[in-house]
Unconditional design. Sequence first.
Length: 135
Amino acid sequence: TQITDDTVINAKIVLPDGVENLSGYENVTVDIKHTGTVTKKFAVGAEKMFVINAPVNKMYEIGESVVNVLVRMDKNSSYSAYMTSDDIAVTLDLSEYGDVTGRHNVPLSIVLRTPSNPASPVYVIGNYSIPVVFS
């Protein structure tokens, strides 16, 4: 989900212990082309951001009120025409921040409310975080 556009990637071939490379090739070039898909960016507002496991004896302030989420989907899917930011939920899990103060970038969990159709997947591109100030 990190590849947002057509690209070429050069990668080293890494084999598990006990497996022998008989070809002699040590690197591979992968040419990635997104065909039949489209990306859309959605601005998800604070009303769709959910905080879980907030520290009990600590104040916190979320540093942004909007997260821009990039989604890839089948360009021929009817879902691509009617998906909105209301179909996206953002969760901040603060369980690891009980003993901290100051500004920290908290990873976000992005969940899409999409129809169950493996032939026409819809998925989030990228990893997301948001600044949170703890005091």
